[in-house]
Design a protein around this ligand. Structure first.
Ligand SMILES: [Zn+2]
Ligand SMILES: [Zn+2]
Ligand SMILES: [Zn+2]
Ligand SMILES: [Zn+2]
Length: 445
């Protein structure tokens, strides 16, 4: 275990006792490149910390994990679990990090027969589809200027499931039909990677090229030498991350290490979701040693980028043809440069190639660069502390003594979380809301 893990690890001190450290350790990387990847941030961890690899489990007795209080009520136990789950996230670095806000991501989904395994319930396949849907919604919420495409790996081939688009609804539609995606045959990492790489070939230098592989199989069936593909991915600056569902494969680990991506093996359902959702914040841009990295990291050069803010055409206007689908529509957006009519923003204008964004999109992307500092869990109530939350103005909960080891897991025993800048106290709900949705501290602004 890296020593820093105990500092970062907020939630599961009882966890390591259950899992062989070496075994468990093999599942993630140590370079520290992907902060948080080492953490087994299991959602179900609060349920007694009995989680190992899901294939190790025989059956689960979730009802044993929840303890009644003296009055026979479960409410406190449930609130406790919720608070822990919330505090488990982030503690992200708050310094200035250079991040890409115009992202392009291709999700490679393993659709081989190994995805029918039931070690994750209901099956790896169904769980993957469900998590992918949640992931896409959340990803677009956090990265409104990004685009996502989906490729499946099935029958030894790469299969394009969804073209790269900036519209989450379109992507969700492509994976909504479960029967079209039924797993079959062997996966081919090489074929799928080549397909993903070629679909991102045309992208300009300022956008990121990322591949996220959800891999359930322990084999890959490739037509050629996959190491050539890895080299090609490196030279194209494609960042590959893998979430493995079965066990670590050397080629997957190598792929991630060499391209600067993150690698993780999911222990169980909750851990799978956490690993997947760690791919949502934009990766920090790292200096590339082969291209004079030291100069770049000390004084990053800034490239200016042309963007256009479109004019919105209201629903009440006369219908006209859009340039993207050639359909008659009333509403839409006008490209400020060539006045072509587009259906949706953000996008690239089909006529003149100008990048069209709306200003709210741009503003939403901005928070990754200046995140709100994590609130500190208060352990005691100061004398002059207000009675109500600084965010929602509701009264704070009455402190409970039953909350065991609360401070160790980052949960405040008095239900108060203080902003380090404005020193105001917020409730646990507001803490969650400010950091995951609002991205602005209501006390500071
Ligand atoms: Zn259109
Ligand atoms: Zn245009
Ligand atoms: Zn509140
Ligand atoms: Zn504040």
């Amino acid at each position: 275990m890296p020593p820093n893990r105990s500092n970062l690890d907020l939630s599961d001190s009882d966890y390591d006792e259950e899992v062989d450290v070496d075994d468990y350790d093999g599942g993630r990387k140590h370079t520290g490149k992907t902060k948080g990847k080492e953490l087994p941030k299991n959602r179900d961890m609060g349920l007694g910390g009995k989680d190992g690899y899901s294939w190790e489990a025989t059956y689960t007795r979730t009802w044993d994990a929840v303890q009644e209080d003296e009055g026979g009520s479960l409410q406190n136990a449930v609130e406790d679990l919720l608070a822990r789950g919330r505090r488990r996230r982030l503690l992200a670095p708050t310094g200035a990090i250079r991040r890409t806000i115009i992202r392009h991501l291709v999700i490679l989904i393993d659709l081989s027969s190994s995805m029918l395994d039931r070690d994750m319930r209901p099956t790896r396949f169904d769980l993957t589809l469900q998590y992918t849907r949640e992931f896409i919604v959340e990803w677009f919420d956090q990265n409104p200027l990004g685009q996502v495409g989906i490729i499946g790996m099935r029958g030894g081939l790469g299969e394009k499931i969804g073209d790269m688009t900036g519209n989450p609804q379109e992507i969700l539609k492509t994976i909504s039909d479960r029967d079209k995606l039924l797993p079959d045959g062997e996966p081919s990492l090489q074929n799928a990677l080549e397909m993903a790489r070629s679909s991102m070939n045309h992208l300009p230098a300022h956008s990121s090229r990322e591949v996220l592989i959800l891999f359930g199989s322990l084999t890959t069936c490739d037509p050629g030498n996959i190491h050539d593909t890895v080299q090609a991915a490196i030279s194209d600056k494609v960042r590959v991350s893998v979430v493995a569902l079965a066990a670590e494969m050397k080629i997957c680990r190598d792929l991630c290490n060499k391209t600067g991506g993150a690698f993780g093996v999911a222990l169980n359902e909750g851990h799978y979701r956490d690993l997947l959702f760690e791919a949502i914040p934009p990766p920090a841009q790292r200096a590339n040693p082969s291209t004079g990295g030291s100069a770049l990291s000390s004084n990053p050069s800034s490239d200016l980028l042309i963007m256009g803010f479109p004019t919105r055409i209201p629903e009440s206007s006369a219908p006209s043809l859009c340039v993207c689908h050639s359909e008659l529509k009333r509403h839409g957006y006008l490209c400020p440069r060539c006045l072509a009519k587009l259906c949706d923003v953000p996008t690239d204008c089909d006529i003149c190639g100008l990048m069209i964004v709306s200003s709210p999109h741009l503003a939403r992307s901005y928070h990754h660069l200046f995140p709100v500092k994590p609130y500190q869990a208060r352990t005691t109530i100061a004398d002059a502390a207000p009675e109500t939350c600084g965010g929602c103005s509701l009264a704070f909960p009455v402190p409970r003594v039953t909350l065991s080891d609360g401070s160790a897991s980052g949960v405040s025993p008095v239900g108060r979380y203080g902003c380090p800048d404005c020193q105001k106290d917020f409730c646990s709900d507001c803490d969650e809301f400010v950091h995951s949705v609002l991205h602005v501290c209501p006390g500071c602004s």
